[in-house]
Design a protein around this ligand. Structure first.
Ligand SMILES: Cc1ncc(COP(=O)(O)O)c(C=O)c1O
Length: 384
């Protein structure tokens, strides 16, 4: 924790002070961009920094900021969310087995099936909403659960405390991909998780201008292991990108408030629209799911999906939108719409997509900070 901060600060204050207090020489309020590969040794001994793959002050500052928000024992930032997930799986050994939320981000599925399976790390996609189902898929080799809640793109809710207990009972770790909620809305370590993983590309950075990933660890041992592993593999975040991430994080809390407020209005609007068959948004989930979500999160977030009454019209709807941009990714200030069936989740085999509900009529919206009237008019116009 930077010296000027207090343990009693609220998350909004911690976020606004991301990167403050990290320039011991000039007291720069914004962490400087230390665009250097190497560091001159002060004498015969090494200084605090040696080589920027191992450690860099700007990256260090971004790691501190994220760690503080999630109340971890240490955080690491990576060149993308996928690099963070890959680093996490690198903590396993050949023969180990991983359980993954069945409608997790398609890239997580691809990473496990196309890459890590070749090295003898097997994985099973499971309905993690149901703890009994998860238990049935545990083997003597299961060492890690990777859970998304709310999941992508169906916003399904998994019980984090129960999953943490289950994982620990079988000597496994629980990692939560908290990209959608951010630490402002959900803090998995406090619910028993061992790792929190982020595509920091999304809400943490928030401006659709930088790729980044992060892992926050529950214990110093996990942090040390990942730190060594990351130094060995080299998938670190560069100083410029670490600075952009820090800059974005300063406004995380107010962006979340505004984006969530817009998303709630859009979800209500869509649920009454004649050309929409179903809306997926935690606030509109079945009562049990909604209750569970609010037990572990302090808000509903700004991601929603909906099913068109006429599935074949998806391309025309996307074409008619002007303020909501047809583009993959999420969490930035600009609203984006995607077609998960053909885009983010195309890696999943077709029967699996259909079985999960990732059908051709499904659209996913990442709601931005624009004026709500403009967003509603845009949607209404396109849906008509
Ligand atoms: C939930 C989730 N996790 C991980 C990732 C991967 O992150 P990145 O694109 O930063 O590699 C994404 C990307 O969309 C995502 O949505």
């Amino acid at each position: 924790m930077p010296a000027h901060e207090s343990a009693t600060w609220h998350l909004e204050s911690i976020a606004a002070h991301s990167g403050v207090g990290h320039d011991p020489v000039y007291g720069a309020v914004s962490t400087p961009i230390y665009q250097t590969v190497t560091y001159q040794h002060p004498g015969a001994e090494l200084g605090p920094y040696d080589y920027s793959r191992t450690e860099n002050p700007t990256r260090h500052s971004a790691q501190d900021a994220i760690n503080r928000l999630d109340n971890g024992a240490g955080a690491l930032v990576y060149s993308s969310g996928m690099a963070a997930l890959a680093a996490l799986v690198h903590t396993l050994h050949q023969g180990d087995h991983v359980i993954i939320t069945e409608d997790a981000y398609g890239g997580t599925y691809r990473l496990m099936v196309d890459i890590f399976a070749k090295f003898g790390i097997a994985s099973t996609m499971v309905n993690t909403r149901n703890v009994n189902q998860v238990e049935k898929h545990i083997t003597s080799k299961t060492r890690l659960f990777i859970v998304e809640t709310p999941s992508n793109p169906l916003l399904r809710i998994s019980p984090l405390s129960e999953l943490a207990q289950l994982a620990h009972a079988y000597d496994a770790h629980l990692a939560v991909d908290n990209t959608f909620m951010t630490p402002i809305r959900q803090r998995p370590l406090e619910l028993g998780a061992d790792y929190v993983v982020y595509s920091a590309t999304k809400y943490l950075a928030g401006h659709n201008d930088v790729l980044a990933g992060a892992i926050v660890c529950k214990t110093p041992e996990q942090y040390n292991l990942l730190n060594d592993l990351t130094n060995a593999t080299g998938s670190i975040l560069g100083p410029w990108d670490a600075w952009l991430l820090l800059r974005g994080m300063k406004t995380l809390a107010i962006r979340m408030d505004r984006q969530e407020s817009n998303a709630r209005s859009i979800a209500q609007f869509l649920s009454k629209h004649p050309n929409v068959r179903h809306v997926y948004y935690p606030e509109q989930a079945e009562p049990d799911m909604k209750r569970l979500h609010l037990r572990q999160a302090s808000g509903h977030g700004a991601m929603l999906s909906f099913v068109l009454a006429q599935p074949e019209s998806y391309a025309r709807v996307m074409d008619k939108l002007h303020i909501i941009l047809p583009a993959v990714s999420l969490g930035g200030v600009e609203s984006l719409i995607t077609h998960p069936y053909n885009e983010t989740h195309r890696e999943l085999p077709e029967p699996m997509r259909r079985e999960l509900g990732i059908i051709p009529g499904l659209m996913r919206v990442s709601v931005g900070i624009e004026h709500i009237d403009d967003l509603l008019n845009d949607l209404d116009n396109a849906l008509r």
